[in-house]
Design a protein around this ligand. Structure first.
Ligand SMILES: Cc1cc2nc3c(=O)[nH]c(=O)nc-3n(C[C@H](O)[C@H](O)[C@H](O)COP(=O)(O)O)c2cc1C
Length: 151
């Protein structure tokens, strides 16, 4: 089985948000939200360049990326590390575009960043260290968000 298990693929499809960290040619960090992070297969993720000029320029110069995707309700998620390459056409671009169409994404996708994932770590909130169950954590954050006031 690849690093990206079916469970992780379905998590990404459900959460629909992650933060992509890259490094600029000058060595400066860049963190950018992406709502298009999907599993392409058992070892690769993809996200869409819709309007991500800095992320894509950074990848072209230095392909190392980290991606953090956390479910805001369960306060659990994953940290992915790997290397990314931009594809503006070809099989991977077409495969990702089909996934985005199925997700209802209508934006023009200039290119797809394909990430070869080298490591995956599960991340959990320290809330779980107190013995809270996932159901309790989820219910508590659902109440906070549902109330419409910021936590
Ligand atoms: C919730 C959210 C999701 C986003 N998803 C994407 C995305 O999937 N692809 C994209 O190109 N831009 C996306 N954006 C917009 C970029 O993050 C934004 O244009 C950003 O300034 C790009 O910065 P960068 O060039 O450093 O990546 C998203 C923004 C938000 C707030």
């Amino acid at each position: 089985m690849g690093l990206i298990t079916p469970e992780i693929a379905s998590f990404l499809g459900r959460v629909r948000l992650g933060f992509v960290a890259t490094v600029s040619p000058a060595g400066l960090p860049n963190v950018s939200p992406k709502g298009t992070i999907v599993a392409l297969d058992g070892s690769r993720l993809a996200f869409a360049d819709i309007r991500s000029p800095d992320t894509m320029a950074n990848i072209a110069a230095r392909p190392a990326v980290e991606i953090s995707a956390i479910d805001p309700l369960s306060r659990r998620g994953y940290l992915f590390a790997g290397t990314a390459v931009a594809r503006a056409g070809g099989a991977d671009y077409e495969a990702a575009s089909r996934i985005y169409s199925g997700m209802g994404i209508r934006s023009r996708v200039r290119a797809v960043a394909v990430v070869d994932v080298e490591s995956v770590s599960e991340v959990t909130s320290p809330l779980y260290d107190t013995g809270a169950s996932e159901g309790e954590v989820r219910a508590s954050w659902a109440r906070r968000y549902g109330a419409g006031s910021p936590p």
